[in-house]
Design a protein around this ligand. Structure first.
Ligand code: URP
Ligand code: ZN
Ligand code: ZN
Length: 460
């Protein structure tokens, strides 16, 4: 048995903040206490450091086919980058393409990920079709640990599910502790607006944002919550980007409806101004798009007040060269998505804790614990406790570093945060007891990560 002792760190979970030693035996935390007196195989001095649960990013897209190409990180490069950034679990989105079974979609994602990941991983399933009688297949996937399903109100012809499909899927999921994650935007109206812009010759990247108004997102959120209420099911809104949409979640929660939502760093730190007038704006072509600056403060408030429960990344990178270039003359052909899995923990520590918007405990809750509870991984993941997986980040709260494509490990030719100076840096990362990041190096290997069979959702 391998014993690792982390000494004298400041352990911060969603609820606690104290200094102690942590003994890890093989993959699991076995003891927490002051001055643990054990001759461990390995001792890590964490004095002056924060010791926090490994980050959980419940929204990534590795190798996602999109717009005639596929996202540029695979399960190796993407999960290694995640580890560098202090994330030790991802939940990626498998895809049921139209005409294929849900099971075939999950099988395809197992093939992509197996033996490749550097950290543990689970899958949601993007569900494009759901008929009466499909409950059986949904439940057998749930028995295999796929307990959440993403449906789209956007992207007609590709992913969009109509309201009847959404209602059927929500009714089925809600009966068995499953969770529907909703991409909430009125994609049908948006497509009409896009046609008008293109007919007017408005083709630059910034028009991606101008064709997707906040009201299209707010309408989607309102409808998703209303359908969930009728289906007697909880609902989780993904990548919520603006105040108008947030207000829909707030109103529902104030009525006691089990509506939950995540936002992403890009909506907290960037704004519509980042598109500029030129081609460079393609870096930020993602859906929903970046919004007017005033939305950022309101989202931070939503995070503080628990109207938003989770911060994910929606990591979906495409290189500017050859990939984003597919939409050089037509913004609607630019593949949607941006990199971020490596940046999330430092960004939220800076924008949240250093800038005094949220407490350290809330930082941990938003980046790890809440996702574990929402998606059936708690208490194995999302906390530091005896019996939990030893997914642990040793974080230097004072160390400064600079984001930029040269220092980052995502397989993409730009950084969304080029030159941004950060206070607080991930120093050492353990994934199930094994050190995978130390001294700025990845010391783990491809295949270290395991598939996580998740349990029922929403214990929050
Ligand atoms: O632009 C985005 N968000 N790309 C990934 C697909 C999605 O809708 O999450
Ligand atoms: Zn989406
Ligand atoms: Zn996404």
């Amino acid at each position: 048995m391998m014993q690792t002792l982390i000494k004298s760190g400041r352990i911060v979970t969603a609820v606690d903040d104290y200094t102690a030693d942590i003994l890890i035996e093989d993959e699991t935390v076995s003891m927490i206490g002051r001055l643990i007196d054990v001759e461990a195989d390995r001792v890590i001095d964490a004095s002056g450091r924060l010791v926090i649960p490994g980050g959980i990013d419940p929204h990534t897209h590795m190798e996602l086919p999109f717009g005639g190409t596929q996202s540029s990180d695979d399960f190796f490069t993407g999960t290694r980058a995640a580890a560098f950034g202090g994330t030790t679990t991802i939940i990626d989105f498998a895809v049921q393409t139209k005409g294929e079974s849900m099971t075939a979609g999950v099988d395809a994602w197992h093939k992509k990920a197996e033996g490749k990941t550097c950290i543990d991983y689970g899958f949601h399933l993007i569900t494009t079709e759901f008929e009466d009688g499909d409950e059986k297949e949904m439940y057998s996937l749930m028995d295999e640990g796929i307990t959440s399903f993403k449906l789209f109100m956007a992207y007609p012809g590709v992913f969009l599910a109509d309201d009847a499909t959404i209602f059927r899927a929500m009714s089925a999921a809600g009966k068995r502790g499953g969770l529907i994650c909703m991409h909430a935007e009125n994609g049908i109206v948006i497509n009409e607006i896009i046609k008008r812009f293109l007919a007017d010759g408005r083709t630059a990247p910034k028009y991606h944002a101008l064709t997707r108004p906040t009201i299209a997102e707010a309408e989607g959120v309102h409808r998703a919550i209303a359908i969930a209420e009728m289906a007697e099911s909880p609902v989780y809104i993904v990548h919520l980007s603006c105040t108008d949409a947030l207000n829909q979640v707030r109103q529902a929660r104030d009525r006691g409806i089990p509506a939950f939502a995540e936002t992403c760093p890009q909506y907290l730190f960037h704004s519509i101004d980042d598109y500029g007038d030129g081609w460079d704006g393609a870096k930020y072509v993602m859906t929903p798009p970046l919004r007017e600056k005033h939305n950022c403060a309101e989202l931070w408030k939503g995070l503080k007040m628990d109207d938003l429960q989770v911060i994910s990344t929606d990591h979906c990178p495409f290189c500017m060269k050859e990939q984003k270039e597919l939409g050089k003359d037509d913004f609607s052909k630019i593949p949607n998505g941006a990199p971020g899995v490596e940046n999330r923990m430092s960004l939220i520590y800076n924008g949240g804790v250093v800038e005094n918007r949220i407490s350290l405990n809330r930082f941990v809750e938003l980046t790890s614990t809440a996702a574990a509870k929402m998606f059936g991984l708690f208490p194995r993941k999302g906390t530091i406790a005896v019996g939990s997986d030893a997914d642990i980040v040793i974080f230097d709260p004072e160390k400064e570093h600079t984001f930029g494509v040269e220092n980052e490990h995502m397989n993409v030719d730009y950084s969304s945060y080029e030159g941004w100076k950060m206070k607080g840096k991930v120093e050492t990362v353990l994934s199930r007891g094994k050190v995978v990041i130390e001294n700025g190096e990845h010391v783990g290997k491809q295949g270290d990560g395991q598939f996580l069979k998740r349990g029922g959702c929403v214990k929050i």
